[in-house]
Each structure stands twice: as C-alpha cells, then as structure tokens.
Design a protein around this ligand. Structure first.
Ligand code: ADP
Ligand code: MG
Length: 692
C-alpha cells in the first residue's frame, strides 16, 4: 500500500480533531482513518418514522412528536424538570430531566411542538422518557432521516455525532481498502465484498436493509463476522507458532510442597482438580512456555489449582505472579495464599496501586530479591517498577475481565533473559471445547467439570421490587439464626458515583429497618483499607449483611454466606447474574438467591430470570441465553464475553467455526500475504507480539 493512502493517515490530521478529541479516540483504539471503518455500530436507532404516543411500549426507543401541555421544575428527592406532551392520538407522555438549564423550561412553553427521541419507560402514572433528545419544531420542520442512525461504542466526552461525522470521512476512501478474500473464496462461502459490507453497516439506507439489519443474518454482518473470526484465529495461530519456538523454563519438582499443602487442607481435591493439576505440571516441563486455559464453573475450586501449580514453580526455584481483576479479589487471594503458603515457609506479597510508599518499596524489594515467592495483584503487577528476580509462572484469574491481547502482551513483559514464563489462565465463562480450539487457538484447554462434594443447589426465587419489605423481614429472621447475606445494588447509570450513592442509600434504609443486624457496605469508591475491613468483617462473621455494588461479582469467597439478594436483576446479563449468584452456595448450607425486578418485565427479561431460576449450571445458562437472544440479536452481547469481538459472538456464530478453520488453512497456505492486513485491521493492539 502506498504510504500516502489516506486510510493510513492519523485521525488527528482530520479537520476538527484536536488534542482532546484524539485522546478520546485513542481510548477507543482509533488511531488511523481505517480504524474508523472497523469501529462498528453497537446498534441502530430508528428515527425514520414518528410513533403515535398511544402506540409506544415500555422499553422501546422511539421518535415521537407532541405539543407541550405543561412544564415545571419540581423537587422530589432531587430537583428535576418535568414536561408533559401529547399528540393527536390523545395520549400524553412525561419527559423528565435531572440536568437542565432554566432556559429550557422557558422554551418548552405550553403549546410548543417538540420532536423527541428516547427510551420509553413505564412511570408511576404514565409512560416517560428520561433525558430524551428533543428538538423544538418551528415552522421549518426538518425532513425525517431515511437512514437508520448508527450508535457507536464511545467513551465519555465523545459524542455520537462526532463519530458519525468522522466515519463518513473514512467511508469516502473505502475503495482503498484491500479485499483479502479472493473471488473464489468469496463465491464458495457466499461472502459479499468488504466495501459493500462496511457501507451497509455504517450507512444502512434502504427500508429493506433496515428490517434485515435489525432482525437477522444480513449478508453484510455475515461477511464481517466471518472476517473478524478469521483474523482473530490467524493472530492466535501465529502467536501459538511463535510461542512454541521460544524458550520456556523447564520446571520440575519433587512435589514436596504440594503434598504438604494437601495435608493441611480440610478436604481432598476433586478428581477434576487433580487431573487439571497434572495436565499443568506436564506443560511446565516442556521446553517452551505453557499457555493453558482452565475453565471451571463458579465454585469449582480453581484457586486451589492455582495454588498447587504455583508450588511446583516455587519448589523448582522460581517466583509466581497471580493477577486478578479487582482489589477485593486480590486482597482475598492474598489472605488465602498466605494461610496456605506461610506454614510452608514461603513469603506471599500483595501489590496494590494504592499502597503507601514505604510499604510498596519494601514489597518491590522483596520481589526483586526473590524473597517473595508468590505475588498477588491487579494489573498493577505489570508496571515497569515491578521487577521479578526469577518469574517462572504467571497465573491470571477471572481472565474474562482482561482482554485477550492484554493476556498475550503480558507474556512479553514477563520475559526473563531468553526465557518466557509459563502462563495459566482461569475462567468461569462456559466455553465448549470446540469453541476454545478456535477462539483460544494459542492455548491448551482443561476443564474442571466437577464441583466439590456436598454442595447443595442454590434455590433461586424471582420477586418484584414491591416485595422488598417482606424480603427484609425474611432476612432478619434468617440472619438472627446465623446466616449471612449479600445485598447487591445495581443501577443502569454508567456512573460509578451514582452506583455507590445508591448503595449508600440502601445501606441506610436497611440499617433503619434491621436495627438488630450488623450491616456493612462495600463499593468501588471506598479506599482499599475500608473495603478490606468491610470484607474482613463479613468473612469473619461479624457482619450479617453486606450491602455491595457489583464489585463483589468476581471471585469473592465467603463460604458461610448463604443468601443473596440482587436488586433490579433484570438490568444485568445472565452471565453476570450467574457469576454473582456464585458467591453463595459455596458451603454446606442450603443457599438462596432472591432476584428482585422492577415491573413491568419485558417478555425476554422474564425468560432470562426464569432461566436462572431453573438452572445452576453455567453451560446450560449460556445455552439458554443464546436461545432467548436468538440468532438475530447481533448487537446485544458485545460487552459480555471475554473475547472482545466487534461483531462476532462465539456462541451465536459457532456454526461458522468449521468454515473459519478451513478458510484459515487456505489463507495460510495460498495467500499468506493476506494474514497481516487481516490482523492489522481487526486486532487493535500496540503490542508487537502480533508482528513477532
Ligand atoms: P472458583 O472456581 O469459583 O474460583 P474457589 O476456588 O473460590 O472457586 O473455591 C470455592 C470454595 O470451594 C472455596 O471455599 C474452596 O476452599 C472450596 N473448595 C475448593 N476445592 C474443594 C474441594 N476439593 N473440596 C471441598 N471444598 C473445596
Ligand atoms: Mg475464583
């Protein structure tokens, strides 16, 4: 490609892109013009027609037009502006604003005609829109758009308008984008051209395309799904090939420490745990670095597999790093590993981004001198200041919280001279083996397909929020008898601040209603020390009830907790709910999970909550999730999986995987020059492993 190809030009050379905006774009991984073409819409808004207000339904995102009946500023817990409009269908709807300027009220005088776009919610007395986009219609009413309006993944401070405008500029150069699939391949697999597919997705124009795009399998989507999966697969294949050529550290040990650990445990390992530990030990004896993914449902005992393997590396004379996604989990693992390892004479350290300078310096020194054998931490582990003396094994827990490419780049960072550390990756996400072979083509795969004995299935109940008072009474009774409970607060608002505020309010309400119980709070805005103290009090049984945001979702292990209440459960994804629920049912007590919801539930939300009620099995829940979503839901799942695909969805698209493997072979053998362009356009990373 000639270097004056505008698609390869830096985005900040475009008109109107200043330093602030390029910072935002950079956050989204958008650097050159071409990146914009592969930044695909999350969903579309249909602003092509006006709905009569009488026809709107809860949950719909619609365009309406009406005249202002009244508009006033009121105080109800918060200051807000409330405006009622109605149209000639004879129905009124309420518009509610929490952030507004007084001049807005003046402009919405009685009789003014406005066009609004927003999500319809069932309010107390009528339908509402909270913070709709609106425009006052003067006589010069603008034409309705004939196109669907794309909504792109964005970041705070970057407007959709801007993304749409930049995208339009990039599309102008689309003919410069190389088509990597030869005609013969495209014919065989019935793929439309790349340019055609991208134009359709960014600027869906005909009425026909609209229906198809919103429903199912549009050829444009199919083409891109296919290409993305191939790109992903090729990059991992390349990485695997490279991994097997580089040097690892051959780790062998007599297992003295391992057997000591087993003796100290109050239980024996399950067969599945033992099998997986053996597989890992085999890997670590190879002359190239291990890359192994361990899948095990919540509660299957992955932490002990990590501990056992760590001991092999330590006994062979190396250090182990254990990386987790949250500080709460890091803190908890630090405690567990200290309990297991200190009696064996091994020092465990914890590195946190928020430690005091002196403590941090001590920790770093112990790590550099090789005195700390196991180091637990969040991604703070991989700051440049952290230098291991001899790192032999890197374990990543709850890997779905980290991106795939983050995982790959960490290996490079852990390099010791000529040798690379082994890597063990653990996840609760249900990934069938066949999927793993394509999607994690760089790794080997083990499953812990057995729960420790004696677990009782969690009894899950679905209840409307209005039953809150009954639930509170029930908690009181149970906790008085010694049970411990989590109360999880959820809010749809993006803002962490609001989530935490909501949890604080819930704490007050519960303290007021349950004066006899010890109740504590944990959320993301508390200091590390506060969080630790709240978790510790709960773990030791001093606290009956822990009010929390979803910060406790991953990894938290308090076996005595047997009751979980999740508010507004309909707002969370099934996978997330399953993870959260997995915080109970870890001991021998029968456990309960109460899923509370805000009425009215959409039919789909209803089915989803039912699925949880009927099953405790992660694989089964994932299967039902897919079924409920249906193959047509192309845009619904972007954020849930650990694989950050832009359009593909492994579960949904698994039928394509044999074709993906076949085409990948053809490209490797016959069109090797296409590999790098494919990887470059789909896999966004600064790390040079892709070029290695
Ligand atoms: P997860 O796979 O979700 O990370 P954990 O490692 O946190 O699960 O283990 C869940 C609980 O089960 C912990 O309290 C742990 O001590 C316990 N556990 C792990 N293995 C066994 C076993 N073989 N027998 C009994 N309990 C076990
Ligand atoms: Mg875990």
């Amino acid at each position: 490609m000639p270097s004056n190809n505008p698609l390869l030009q830096n985005i900040n050379t475009l008109k109107g892109v200043g330093p602030k905006m390029s910072e935002h774009l950079d956050k989204l991984g958008l650097k050159i013009l071409q990146d914009l073409l592969f930044h695909l819409p999350l969903r579309y808004q249909d602003r092509t027609r006006v709905y009569p207000i009488s026809s709107v339904q809860h949950g719909q995102e619609v365009l309406i037009v009406g005249k202002v009946d009244h508009c006033s500023i009121i105080f109800k817990r918060r200051r807000m502006m409330v405006c009622q409009i109605s149209d000639n269908s004879g129905t009124a709807i309420t518009l509610r604003f929490f952030h507004f300027a007084n001049v807005q009220q003046e402009n919405l005088s009685v009789g003014t005609e406005v066009r609004c776009f927003g999500e319809v919610r069932q309010g107390r007395y009528s339908f509402e829109m909270v913070h709709p986009e609106y425009k006052i219609i003067n006589n010069d009413a603008t034409e309705l758009s004939g196109n669907l309006t794309p909504t792109y993944p964005s970041t705070k401070g970057l407007q959709q308008k801007t993304l749409r405008r930049l995208n339009t500029e990039a599309i102008q150069h689309i003919e410069l984008l190389p088509e990597v699939f030869p005609d013969s391949l495209r014919k065989k697999y019935r793929l439309i051209t790349l340019a055609e597919a991208l134009i359709t997705l960014h600027q869906p124009s005909s009425k026909n395309a609209i229906e198809q795009l919103l429903s199912t399998n549009h050829p444009a989507q199919q083409r891109l799904i296919f290409e993305e999966l191939i790109a992903h697969h090729l990059s991992l294949r390349k990485f695997r090939e490279y991994s097997q050529q580089i040097k690892g550290i051959q780790l062998t040990s007599k297992d003295t420490l391992y057997h000591k650990l087993l003796k100290s445990l109050p239980f024996t390992l399950t067969n599945a745990q033992q099998r997986v530990i053996e597989e890992i030990k085999q890997d670590m004896q190879q002359h190239y670095p291990m890359g192994r993914l361990v899948q095990g449902d919540v509660g299957s005992g992955k932490t002990l597999v990590a501990a056992a393997t760590a001991l092999t590396a330590i006994e062979a004379g190396y250090q182990v790093a254990l990386m987790v996604p949250t500080e709460i989990l890091a803190e908890q693992h630090f405690k567990s590993f200290t309990e297991w390892f200190e009696p064996l004479g091994l020092r465990v350290s914890y590195l946190s981004g928020r430690q005091k300078v002196a403590q941090r310096r001590d920790n770093l020194e112990n790590i550099a001198l090789g005195l700390s054998k196991l180091v637990v931490g969040t991604h703070a582990l991989f700051q440049d200041a952290v230098k291991f003396q001899k790192l032999g094994l890197l374990i990543i827990d709850e890997q779905h919280r980290f991106g795939v490419h983050q995982r790959l780049s960490l290996r490079e960072k852990g390099k010791q001279g000529e040798c690379y550390p082994h890597q063990l990756v653990m996840t609760a996400t249900p990934i069938p083996r066949t999927l793993a072979m394509t999607a994690y083509a760089d790794m080997d795969y083990s499953v812990i397909d057995e729960l420790p004995p004696g677990r009782k299935p969690i009894n899950t109940v679905v209840l409307p929020n209005i039953r809150r008072d009954d639930i509170i009474k029930r908690i009181n009774a149970l906790c008085q008898q010694g049970a411990q409970a989590y109360w999880v607060c959820t809010l749809i608002e993006e803002s962490e601040a609001l989530q935490c505020q909501n949890a604080e309010e819930t704490l007050q309400l519960l303290q007021h209603n349950l004066p006899e119980l010890q109740i504590r709070l944990v959320h993301g805005r508390m200091s590390a020390v506060e969080k630790e103290s709240a978790m510790q009090a709960f773990k030791s049984g001093k606290t009956h009830l822990l009010v929390a945001t979803t910060v406790i979702e991953v990894g938290v292990d308090v076996p005595n907790a047997s009751l979980m209440i999740i508010e507004n459960a309909e707002r969370l994804g099934l996978a997330q709910l399953h993870q959260l629920r997995g915080r109970v049912g870890r001991g021998t007590e029968a456990s309960h999970c109460l899923l509370m919801y805000q009425s009215p539930l959409t039919e789909i939300a209803h089915k989803r909550l039912d699925a949880l009620r009927n099953s405790n099995d992660g694989f089964e829940i994932a299967r039902i999730d897919l079924e409920i979503r249906g193959p047509g839901d192309v845009f619904g799942t972007r954020q849930t999986g650990e694989l950050q695909f832009r359009i593909a969805d492994l579960l949904r698209d698994q039928a394509l995987l044999p074709d993906i493997q076949a085409v990948a072979e053809i490209i490797i053998k016959q069109h090797p020059e296409s590999i790098q362009p494919l990887i470059d356009r789909w896999i966004r990373t600064d790390e040079d492993y892709v070029h290695a």
